[in-house]
Design a protein around this ligand. Structure first.
Ligand SMILES: [Zn+2]
Length: 411
């Protein structure tokens, strides 16, 4: 472990408690996005602990091991609109938010972590004035080029004050898949509170731990993803920073997300029934306790054994075995299942992953055509959530598909 690049915090990210217990032990992995080119495969890539801990006081599931963001986000070129289905999602998202909170026409909408501006474009079509904030240079440029004004920087209290001074308060602030990746949540929250108009709304969407536990979404566990949120711990956290959750909805995005709508504390709108309903469901499922994490741990142990048996039998018969999907989360699976030496190579649809080598284990990554060029006998679908579209895209593949989760099956 490289200590300069990693630190272990000892208190809960939301409530500051030091009463934390290891809920889901995971093998250490390298940074999941650190696929390397051929000239770097001699380099050793450090691994960092990936255990999931649970706060005994507020119930937040979280990583305590924080990898230096400078290492995590070196080559961050994810564009929203290239990701299948997300643009549609943003259009529905904007329609839902506008219908519920009815922001004033011309009101200022700010998206924190706005990526290529897809969500803001949807708000713009509803007559709002929009402004994006994103620290990734490439995506900020893409957004500006398509006419969505985007500040290429981090959102914090100082920036919030500056925006308010120059453009007035925000009627709406959104932040999607942002909070889970932040170690320090105080500064962003102070900025949101400082920038909202008195009757303004803050809407955030984040991966939901209830979905991770229900559907065994182990590939959502990686170093960028520091918090595994549920509603229970967030209600008191947001109250302390001056925000009140008045609506909570589960969303199908990314295998299962939670969309929360907030107002400034005391703004007067009553919380609707969804907040109590989601909270009650969390308590029924016990997701602020160890039990469902231990159940997931047992399930993953069994899946690993079954994956090994299935692949070992194929390997013993001299078969070529390939993994499909070279994502950040695939690295979690490759390490958890100890598949180094079992997979001959990986394939991925994304150009930027092709002709690279997987983090740490350095399994070569090819374009999907390699399934035919170096005939693969079996394909383990690491991107198992997309198993059906992947199999449909390859009607001519004659080998066996192995879908590892939520239960191991072949097709
Ligand atoms: Zn806590």
């Amino acid at each position: 472990m490289d200590n300069a690049a990693h630190r272990r915090r000892d208190d809960c990210r939301l409530c500051g408690s030091v009463q934390l217990v290891k809920a889901l032990p995971m093998p250490a992995t390298p940074v999941g996005d650190a696929y390397v080119s051929a000239d770097r495969i001699a380099d050793h890539q450090a691994t960092y602990p990936l255990d999931v801990w649970l706060c005994k006081d507020c119930g937040l599931a979280q990583l305590m091991d924080v990898v230096d963001p400078a290492l995590l986000y070196v080559d961050y070129v994810y564009h929203t609109s290239v990701s299948l289905g997300l643009v549609d999602h943003f259009e529905r998202y904007a329609a839902d938010v506008v219908a519920r909170i009815q922001p004033p026409s011309g009101g200022l909408a700010i998206d924190i972590g706005s990526n290529d501006g897809s969500l803001l474009q949807a708000f713009q079509s509803f007559g709002m004035t929009v402004l994006g904030v994103d620290p990734a240079r490439d995506v900020a440029r893409v957004a500006n080029d398509r006419g969505i004004e985007t500040l290429n920087t981090f959102f914090n209290l100082a920036l919030a004050k500056q925006i308010r001074q120059e453009r007035g308060p925000a009627a709406l602030i959104t932040a999607n898949n942002v909070f889970a990746n932040l170690d320090d949540l105080q500064d962003i929250c102070s900025g949101i509170v400082a920038l909202l108009s008195p009757d303004g709304m803050f809407v955030m969407e984040t991966s939901y731990i209830a979905a991770v536990l229900e559907h065994m979404l182990v590939e959502t566990i990686f170093h960028e993803h520091l918090s595994y949120f549920s509603l229970g711990p967030l209600i008191p956290f947001f109250r302390r920073v001056g925000l009140e959750i008045i609506d909570a909805q589960r969303q199908p995005t990314k295998g299962g997300s939670l969309r929360l709508t907030m107002q400034l504390l005391g703004a007067g709108r009553p919380a609707n029934a969804s907040v109590a309903a989601v909270l009650a469901a969390e308590h029924d499922a016990g997701i602020h306790t160890l039990a469902p994490f231990e159940k997931m741990g047992r399930h993953l142990t069994r899946i690993k054994a079954e994956v090994h048996k299935t692949l070992r039998d194929l390997k013993a018969a001299g078969k070529t075995i390939v993994g499909y999907g070279a994502s950040v989360g695939a690295v979690t699976l490759l390490y958890d299942w100890e598949l180094n030496g079992v997979l001959d190579f990986l394939v991925d649809d994304h150009l930027r992953k092709q002709n690279t080598f997987s983090p740490g284990q350095h399994i070569p990554v090819h374009a999907p055509e390699a399934l035919y060029a170096h005939p693969a006998d079996a394909v383990l679908i690491l991107a198992w959530h997309y198993a059906e579209p992947i199999m449909r895209k390859h009607p001519d593949f004659k080998g066996e598909w192995v879908i590892p989760l939520p239960e191991v099956r072949t097709a």
